[in-house]
Design a protein. Structure first.
Length: 270
């Protein structure tokens, strides 16, 4: 395990650089053992065990299906998609190394390409797969560059792909370091411990009235994300040149599903 104070400072600096490089579409940094995906659905892995967990996952799936109905826009990039079936549910976490807190910043419906780019583990699989389609990687790199105000790289696919790899090397290095710091506390954006059922947490994030018989989406999150995107694009440098962090290759083990508690043991990473 890393020396906590020094590791926390180093991780904080690396996360800040990642935010600077990727102001809009940023790879998620979630420590091993705290992954919140189950069968590709964000936050589903945080549902409770056994019967309660099945009930939570069923409630979450039903609610998300209802909220997604009729939507055809990626809430992170504002790009239209052919149909609602092309949208994926994604969660956004912020790590605060100084106090060991993982804050659930928000969640949104995003395009398939955006969801893939948010997950550094899936991207690592894409890069390492022997049958990787070069044109597919070029398309993802172009999507990533445009979202993060680096359209200048899109005309040169090799440069765009190189920049993509540099950003994901940094993101994965952050994950490895975060996985070795210690236990993390899961909280909402206000720092309050996450203890209630996941479907209720998501309902609050999406602005759904908990007692409504039918789902009513306020779209407050979409507006907030749009404002954040506009602000990030306005503040981001037009042509920032990232420092090459090198290639950081590793793999991690996924934690088994469990109840969200104040403290969960750090997952093992290899």
């Amino acid at each position: 395990m890393s020396d906590a104070p020094d590791a926390a400072k180093q991780l904080d600096a690396m996360l800040e650089e990642l935010r600077h490089l990727c102001p809009v579409l940023r790879p998620s940094v979630v420590p091993a053992g705290y992954d919140d995906r189950a069968k590709g659905t964000a936050l589903a892995a945080l549902c409770g065990p056994d019967g309660r967990g099945r009930s939570e996952r069923a409630a979450l799936a039903s609610m998300l299906e209802e909220v997604r109905r009729g939507r055809k826009t990626c809430e992170l990039t504002q790009q239209d998609v052919p149909s609602e079936a092309q949208l994926r549910f994604a969660s956004f976490w912020d790590l605060e190394p100084a106090d060991g807190t993982m804050r659930l910043r928000g969640c949104a419906f995003v395009s398939h390409e955006t969801a893939l780019l948010l997950d550094p583990l899936l991207m690592l699989d894409r890069f390492s797969a022997p049958e990787s389609d070069v044109s597919d990687l070029d398309d993802l790199a172009s999507h990533f560059c445009r979202a993060n105000r680096r359209s200048d790289l899109c005309s040169k696919p090799a440069r765009a792909l190189e920049w993509l790899q540099q950003c994901y090397s940094l993101a994965f290095a952050c994950r490895v370091l975060a996985s070795n710091i210690g236990a993390w506390t899961l909280s909402d954006a206000n720092g309050v411990e996450l203890t209630q059922p996941v479907d209720r947490i998501v309902a609050e994030l999406l602005g759904i009235h908990p007692t409504a018989k039918r789902v009513v989406h306020s779209r407050a999150l979409a507006k907030t994300l749009s404002r954040r995107t506009a602000k990030a694009e306005a503040e981001a440098p037009a042509a920032a040149t990232p420092k090459d962090k090198g290639q950081h290759r590793s793999s991690s083990s996924m934690a088994s599903n469990g109840v969200v508690t104040a403290k969960r043991r750090k997952g093992a990473s290899s």
